[in-house]
Design a protein around this ligand. Structure first.
Ligand code: ZN
Length: 198
């Protein structure tokens, strides 16, 4: 899947909106990304999972571990394409952990899979869950990398394993008082409040 094909898929699914948005954080951005809108179509989820699997198969993972909720659907599809288990970590009292009887064994080679990597924080935290359980983390992957370090070509901070993203997408965020789109007088939209044009 090429970068243009991926962008088309995201735009046509309404998963990538371009304009002027007020994010949940209160920051403003010219782009809004909601991977769940692509992944709601199982055939797209399957194709994206296959694409990640093709680029991570050489790491010989034995299990895919994803942070809930965002990573669960794509993790399942990557694991399906690799022919390995798909498990997820979820929060309890603020800490990410394995529940439901999921086990990472000493012989497990763990691939951490997320939908979108922003700061790398939840990927790092998921890697720690795998290591604390005794597994070896052999790689990390996401559909989209929107980490601020993307433009430098460096891996996101703290992700100290081979990292694969299908789509590098730097979406800047601005303090409302310093937003160039506000300065242009462009109306700001809260994503999800109405269908947005792309
Ligand atoms: Zn603004």
């Amino acid at each position: 899947m090429t970068r243009d094909e991926l962008l088309d898929l995201y735009r046509s699914s309404g998963a990538l909106l371009e304009g002027h948005f007020r994010l949940t954080s209160g920051l403003h951005s010219p782009g809004y990304l909601q991977c769940a809108l692509v992944l709601q179509h199982p055939q797209h989820a399957e194709a994206l999972g296959r694409a990640i699997a093709e680029r991570t198969r050489d790491l010989r993972p034995t299990v895919v571990l994803s942070p809930a909720l965002g990573g669960v659907v794509i993790g399942q599809e990557v694991a399906r394409a690799l022919g390995v288990r798909a498990i997820f970590a979820e929060r309890q009292d603020g800490a990410l952990m394995l529940r439901r009887g999921f086990v990472v064994g000493e012989n497990d080679r763990v691939l951490v899979v997320e939908d979108v990597l922003t700061t790398g924080g939840s990927t790092r935290e998921t890697m720690e869950v795998a290591r604390a359980a005794g597994g070896q983390v052999v790689g990390a992957a996401s559909i989209v990398n929107r980490s601020p370090s993307t433009s430098s070509g460096q891996p996101p901070g703290g992700v100290d394993v081979p990292y694969v993203a299908l789509l590098e997408l730097a979406l800047p965020v601005y303090e409302p008082g310093k937003c160039p789109l506000c300065a242009q007088g462009m109306p700001v939209v809260k994503p999800g409040s109405r269908p947005a044009a792309v």
